[in-house]
Structures are given as C-alpha cells and as structure tokens.
Write a protein that binds this ligand. Sequence first.
Ligand code: IPE
Ligand code: IPE
Ligand code: MG
Length: 252
Amino acid sequence: MSSVSEKIDKNRLPRHIAIIMDGNGRWAKEKGEDRLFGHFHGVESVRNIVEGCAELGVEYLTLYAFSTENWDRPEYEVVGLMELLVSTIRKEVDSLNKNNIRLHVIGDMSMLPEYARNELNEALDITKNNTGLNLIMALSYSGRWELLNAVKNIAWEVKNGRLNIEEINQNILQKFLCTSGFPDPELMIRTSGEYRISNFLLYQLAYAELYFTNVRWPDFRKENLYEAIADYQSRERRFGKISEQVEGNEVV
Ligand code: IPE
Ligand code: IPE
Ligand code: MG
C-alpha cells in the first residue's frame, strides 16, 4: 500500500465515513464535456473508495449521490443520473456480494422512477446477509426531508397512543431517522472545494469532523481518502469538554 496509508492508525479508524461526492459537472465542463460525462466518471471513484473503505475495515460508508433538491436539475441530467444509477447497480451487485458488502439506501424512494426502485430493492435483497462494509447510498435524500418525516411519524405514534410525549428523547428521535441502524459519522468529506453541508445528514453530523478538499469527485481516489483519514486522526474530538478531560487527566 501507499505511503499515506501507512500514516493511518488502523486502530483509530472512523467507524462511519460520509461523503458529499461533489464536482462531477465542473470536472466534465473543464474538459469541454457534458455534465453526464462527469457523473459517468464519478462511478469509477465510487468503486475505488468503496474498495478502499472495505480494505481498511471501515464499517459504514454513506455516499450522498442525489439530493431532494437535485430533482430540480434539467430533465436530461436527472434522467441520465437515474439510468446511470440503475446500470451501475446492475453491474456492481455481484462484486458487492463477493466483497461481503451490504447495500442500504436512505432517502425518499417514492420519488424514484419505478424501474430504479425495483433495481435497488433487488440489490438490497441480494446483499442483505453480507456482514462486511455497510454501503449506504443517500438517494433522493435531504436532512430536512428526513427530519420532517421523523416528526410526522412520531406525531402518528403519539396520536395512536403508542407513544407518550414524555417518552420522546434523543434515542426515540434517532429511531425515526433513516439512519436508525447506523452510528453517526465521525468523518464527513466534501469534494470539489465547496464548504457547505447542502442538506446532508443535518442531525447526524452534529459532532462529525468535517474535511474539505478541492479535488473534484471524479479525481478522488484511495490516496485522497487516506489523507482525509490521517487529517481526522490528527484532530482532538472534545464533544464540548476540555482537552484535559479528553486526554484522561483527572480534572476536578
Ligand atoms: C455531484 O456533482 C453529483 C450530484 C449532485 C448528482 P455535481 O453534479 O453537483 O457537480 P458540480 O458541483 O456541478 O460540479
Ligand atoms: C450536494 O451537491 C448533493 C450531492 C452531492 C448529491 P450539490 O451540487 O447538489 O449541492 P449545492 O447545490 O452545490 O449546494
Ligand atoms: Mg455540485
């Protein structure tokens, strides 16, 4: 393996890495190509990063592939992305299985065209017994959609007498999120030089370490992932406490 990967402490890996895969369109335009060309090449990065995470032993990888707001893009791009999604899943599902990777999807599946939903459901089913990396695709996802959905579902539970208002706490709320089965990401990476969250995992990123790189998603490879993890490992995560407490020194 490479020199950067040797800088990584394998005993202190983030369990969950979340990535905003951004910059496909600009990458393509810079090459005088159509935006869809960028998305097409972005799939190569997905393959490489999934493999990198599986090799390291990262337990959860969430990839932001399509936001609720992305539905408002020009129709040809939306259709092109859906077709790319379906053909990629079809091509990759065997290799996911071989590598013991379990696929999950978070987002508003009702917005997806039926053929895409069917293909996804099949892939979820085929990989459901795998016990290695959990690959979570955020598709037609947004943090505000997720929170709104959670609020509505909690309200139903209360209305139907299955839940008391006094019982609602952070644990209960967490159970109504799409990510209820997963730990919060410790590391969030965004590519392409944008410094924003763009409606990604608003609740779950509360204490995530954020890492931004100018590298466009189609150029992002394992080496870049290792850089991000090494950077994450150089940080002190205090969760509101002070350094001395985090270092384990007794403080009265
Ligand atoms: C990210 O790349 C992929 C999706 C949002 C689907 P973009 O398509 O946002 O590329 P830029 O940001 O316009 O370069
Ligand atoms: C965020 O990227 C969504 C995905 C990467 C899927 P966008 O390109 O849609 O975000 P903005 O519009 O730059 O904030
Ligand atoms: Mg973008």
